[in-house]
Ligand binder design. Structure first.
Ligand code: BGC
Length: 935
């Protein structure tokens, strides 16, 4: 305090007092409670959770502030909540720091019930906040018995092994009273788009989402109050094949989940007089086929305006000629609520360039590789067919390069019925592309064209930027590949005949993804399909939902149990717990994780805890010296996994079992903690015996092997320095990374954790193949599947596997946030209740800024070299604690602002770094440049 006061020579005593009090008491009135969430979402409707979890944030500029108690009130109307009467729940003052995932424990929730709630808190300085603004959640049907609607399908004959037109359904009904509210509960076997009186019921796309439809089909709840009117109304629905029965995988398997598309729809209308009506799907619904002649995910769409019944989405349409729908006997207990936001159009892109291609096609460059489709406004010509092709890159002659799509087509065809100008886009397909070519159409007839970017509409939570424009572009590319591959499930790519939920890709990218966006609901939804698709022995399929039959013709295995891929069942729930403090997902997934670990353990026991049975992808697509440019081999880099697969498999088995043990601790499953403690020790022993020589050399001698052993904790204490030194020697020897899918997320962490930060920066800044910046310098706008998707001479990697939108190597994003900027969760207090800020600075960069919006609020960490000083600025949210680790070992040389908050006793020097334990607030640390540790 004295030092602080000295700085304010000219300020009056009164303002000093005010300043001091500002920090400590006057903030009381300013505690703002906001961001109220139920099950992670803002005012969700249609949630079938009997005890939804409530979260909130508190904001106040003060220091070291925590919640010490809260009170929640809940009521079934806004009036009751405001008047605080007839409450469903009044927690009273609960002494607790918990401000995330507080389970609703009020009156039992009824189906289709809206609950309003508000919260206030007490802080550790005796202040009480105002009540928050009210938030709400609304339950869905809660129980399949509340579905009065029937599954309906159409009676038209169909080709079983080929495409069919999309069926249309409509139901006309009258409303005679004043409407108070209306909800639509709806789902499909296939994909659907629903309209009421011609208006789309929602912006959601690809509803009902992709799950293992045999066991779970999501239904959606929409508030459609404003779409209905007194008099005649109509609900109109289109169904598409989608993942349900359209061709899937490179084997083009049709009817994977079933042969018949079907719809289930239940509309609840509540009138102002208290009465209600329910309109349900049944055989009174009318059905026909329309303009969508073909619609498939890999193919694209054919829309024939000649076949489109005019005005069929409106009540006035005469549907007498339409047939009656048919009831489809299909279970309803597979219907589940939708826990995560569905895909939506989140951005639109305008063409940056336009030219005429060699086939007279009009080509547009959207300037960005993206996933979605094109909306085009075009002057039609009766009877004429135009078509759009989509591609990620170009041929030398500036036409579209489509060979890397393999059997996928990415084409949209439109057949005109008149000379009118129409605006159109597809319904149930998506494309991965930057370039679109319009064929069979004069440029002057294209009135406008734009790309609509589609992905699961998750909340953006992170940003990273720095002084280097190429790194900034890399970060953008990572986010674009996340957008491109978060289409209801985490996919490998959005363009070729795959687009599948590849588990390995997803698990290496999960930490990065979870900085950029709030991924908790997205992964939680997807993880439940692991439980559906896991084999009875515990083997986890390569892709989830699993659509690969018997290894997909590869002959490698039955399509399950590959190390680093199947481990997604363990690593992703762990990550969700670490980053969102979510124990529910641990409970849900525990048996599945345990089954996978037990499977690996039993396999490894055949070889004394070395897991070497079965097929593994290994360090997929790693740089392979033998196939490098030096040797001019035709297919360099292809599938070159030079790190022994049994080393990787044993290391991953150890890693997963170790995480399982930690999760058993969290869930207090004592016997498992003991079991996995013993087993991990045995695996480690076996690993050391088999793969580490008595002098500390690791077999295989690769960057991936060293990084994995170090990061997973498999190197005996005495060899850690040797292992880290050997890793660094290998990096220096090559001058670049040699890692594939599994080693890439680890190497940079290994280098920074073991004091080779400068070397990590060397790899980061490397612009030559293989490196993260090589694709950036080649014009990449997304992350490539291959380090050399485009070779230095401009030619392309093998078309059999060359996606330009594959996020796996984007896993470096996690390192940018957590090591370069230094924002880290701490497993001892998950969900960022405790934050570790540990920037690894290097003057290769002049400044870095990262923001992460955690469950508790905004965390930020920025640093800047300026005037021979390093300036670090940190923001720690209310109700959290932080350990800030500074790249300096001399507390006397640093200057901390404000000076009165971090007192000397909070500063310690450990492992050659300054460690400061503190709480909420904004801090600035100034370190003379010559005192900054940069290695
Ligand atoms: C996919 C991947 C996947 C891999 C398995 C590829 O075809 O695109 O990214 O992880 O197969 O190794």
């Amino acid at each position: 305090m004295i030092t602080c006061l000295k700085k304010f020579k000219y300020v009056s005593i009164l303002s000093i007092i005010t300043l001091v009090f500002n920090y400590n008491s006057l903030h009381a009135k300013e505690i703002v409670i906001n961001n109220l969430r139920t099950e992670y979402l803002k005012n969700p409707i249609g949630i079938d959770v009997s005890q939804p979890r409530l979260s909130w944030q508190a904001e106040n500029p003060g220091y070291n502030l925590k919640q010490v108690a809260y009170q929640i009130l809940a009521a079934n109307s806004l009036e009751y909540l405001t008047e605080e009467k007839n409450l469903m729940w009044n927690t009273g003052k609960v002494e607790s720091e918990q401000s995330i995932h507080v389970k609703y424990k009020g009156k039992k929730l009824q189906p289709c019930q809206r609950v309003y709630w508000k919260v206030r808190i007490w802080d550790n300085e005796g202040n009480i906040s105002n009540w928050s603004e009210p938030a709400f959640f609304e339950t869905g049907l809660m129980n399949h018995k509340n579905w009065k609607a029937k599954w309906i399908t159409h009676p038209y004959p169909e080709k079983v092994n080929d495409y069919n037109p999309c069926p249309y359904f409509r139901k006309k009904f009258r409303i005679n009273k004043k409407i108070k509210s209306a909800r639509l509960y709806i789902s499909a076997l296939g994909l659907y788009q629903a309209f009421i009186n011609g208006q789309k019921v929602s912006d959601d796309l690809f509803a009902p989402g992709w799950t293992n439809y045999k066991k779970r089909v999501q239904y959606q709840t929409y508030d459609v109050t404003d779409l209905l009117k007194k008099g005649n109304n109509v609900i109109a629905v289109i169904l598409g094949d989608g993942w349900y029965r359209g061709p899937i995988t490179w084997q083009f398997i049709r009817n994977f989940y079933g042969k018949h598309l079907a719809l289930i729809s239940q509309l609840h209308i509540i009138y102002t007089d208290g009465t209600s009506d329910t309109i349900v799907s049944d055989k009174s619904w009318k059905t026909a086929r329309g303009g969508i002649v073909r619609s498939e995910i890999y193919f694209g769409e054919i829309f024939d305006f000649n076949k489109e019944p005019k005005g069929w989405k409106y009540p006035e349409f005469n549907d007498r000629k339409w047939k009656n729908a048919k009831i489809l006997k299909h279970p309803k207990d597979i219907l589940i609520y939708t826990e995560s936001p569905l895909p939506r159009v989140t951005k639109t892109l305008n063409p940056q360039k336009e030219w005429i291609g060699p086939n007279n096609e009009v080509i547009f460059d959207l300037g960005q590789n993206m996933t979605g489709w094109v909306e085009i406004t075009i002057k039609g010509k009766k009877g004429k067919e135009i078509y759009l092709k989509h591609a990620e890159v170009l041929n030398k002659d500036s036409s579209l390069y489509v060979r890397n799509l393999r059997k996928a087509k990415q084409e949209d065809h439109y057949i005109f019925a008149s000379n009118d100008t129409v605006t159109i886009k597809p319904h149930f397909t998506f494309h991965g592309f930057r370039y679109v070519a319009v064929h069979n159409c004069k440029p002057e007839n294209i009135i406008s064209i734009k790309g609509e970017v589609i992905h699961s509409d998750l909340e953006i939570t992170g940003s990273f930027s720095c002084s280097d424009s190429l790194i900034n572009r890399l970060q953008k590319n990572i986010v674009w590949s996340q957008r491109g591959n978060f289409l209801d499930v985490p996919t490998d790519c959005p363009q070729r005949d795959e687009r599948l939920g590849w588990t390995g890709d997803a698990q290496v990218f999960c930490p990065t993804a979870s900085f950029n966006m709030n991924t908790a609901t997205f992964y939680s939804k997807w993880l439940k399909d692991f439980l559906c698709d896991q084999t009875p022995e515990g083997k986890v399929p390569w892709v989830i939902p699993n659509v690969i039959i018997n290894g997909g013709g590869t002959g490698w295995s039955d399509g399950t149990a590959s190390t680093g891929w199947s481990d997604a069942i363990v690593t992703i729930p762990y990550n969700i717990y670490l980053r969102y403090g979510d124990t529910t997902i641990l409970k849900t997934m525990y048996d599945g994780m345990k089954k996978w670990c037990e499977y690996m353990i039993s396999e490894s026991k055949k070889n004394n805890y070395i897991y070497k049975t079965g097929f593994h992808f290994g360090d997929w697509l790693a740089f392979s010296e033998y196939y490098s440019y030096r040797y001019r081999a035709p297919d360099y880099g292809y599938a070159g996994a030079h790190t022994d697969k049994d080393l990787i498999a044993t290391a991953y088995m150890y890693h997963s079992t170790n995480l399982l043990k930690k999760m058993a601790e969290v869930l207090n499953i004592k016997q498992d903690v003991i079991r996995y403690d013993t087993v991990t020790k045995k695996i480690k022993e076996a690993f050391i015996k088999e793969f580490i020589t008595p002098t500390g050399r690791i077999v295989s001698n690769t960057q991936t092997a060293y990084s994995m052993a170090l990061m997973f904790g498999l190197v005996p204490e005495k060899f850690i320095d040797t292992a880290a030194a050997r890793l660094s020697a290998d990096v220096k020897h090559f001058g670049h990374i040699t890692t594939g899918f599994l080693g890439t997320p680890l190497i940079m962490h290994a280098l920074t954790d073991y004091n080779y930060t400068s070397l990590a920066y060397m790899l980061l800044m490397n612009k030559r193949y293989p490196s993260w910046l090589y694709p950036v310098t080649m014009g990449a706008t997304t992350i490539w599947e291959r380090w050399d998707g485009i070779k230095p001479d401009g030619s392309y990697q093998t078309p059999g596997m060359n996606s330009f939108n594959h996020y796996a190597y984007g896993a470096i994003g996690d390192w940018l946030y957590s090591k370069v900027a230094g924002i880290n969760p701490d497993i001892s207090m998950p969900g960022y209740k405790k934050i570790i800020i540990y920037p690894h600075v290097n003057d290769t960069l002049k400044f870095v800024t990262a923001i992460y919006n955690s469950m508790y609020g905004k965390i930020s960490s920025s640093w800047k070299f300026e005037n021979d000083e390093l300036n670090i600025e940190v923001d720690i949210p209310f109700n959290t604690v932080a350990t800030i680790i500074l790249p300096c070992n001399d507390p006397n040389s640093i200057n901390i602002i404000p000076a009165n908050i971090i007192t000397k006793d909070k500063i310690i020097v450990k492992d050659n770094r300054i460690h400061i334990n503190t709480g909420s607030g904004k801090y600035i640390f100034k370190i003379p440049k010559n005192m900054v540790i940069m290695n």
